[in-house]
Design a protein around this ligand. Structure first.
Ligand SMILES: [Zn+2]
Length: 101
């Protein structure tokens, strides 16, 4: 099996966050649970300030969000992260579950 090119689904470098039926997976090491997600968010917050001056953040409206990088905490790769369907993965294959202290 040759890697790269030709395949119908080339999911490398997909910079999006998984939906409710999806999850992240590192195709480099099989990590399913530990990622560094770097993202920029622009939000509008409703602040309610009490008489004492202490603000309390109420509703947060997300105006914009951009995922800049997703990196694997386990092997460090950021070019091997893919979004897969949750039902397609075997949690037992995750290397962090067995080796973690
Ligand atoms: Zn990895």
């Amino acid at each position: 099996m040759s890697a790269g090119g030709g395949d119908a689904q080339d999911r490398v470098h997909v910079l999006r966050l998984p939906g409710t039926q999806e999850r992240l997976r590192c195709s480099g090491c099989g990590n399913l649970t530990r990622f560094d997600v770097t993202r920029t968010r622009r939000t509008r917050e409703f602040w309610q300030v009490g008489l004492g001056g202490e603000p309390e953040v109420g509703d947060v409206t997300r105006l914009n969000e951009r995922v800049e990088q997703i990196a694997c905490r386990w092997c460090g790769r950021s070019d091997a992260i893919e979004v897969v369907a949750r039902m397609d993965v075997d949690p037992a294959s995750d290397p962090t579950g067995t080796d973690a202290p």
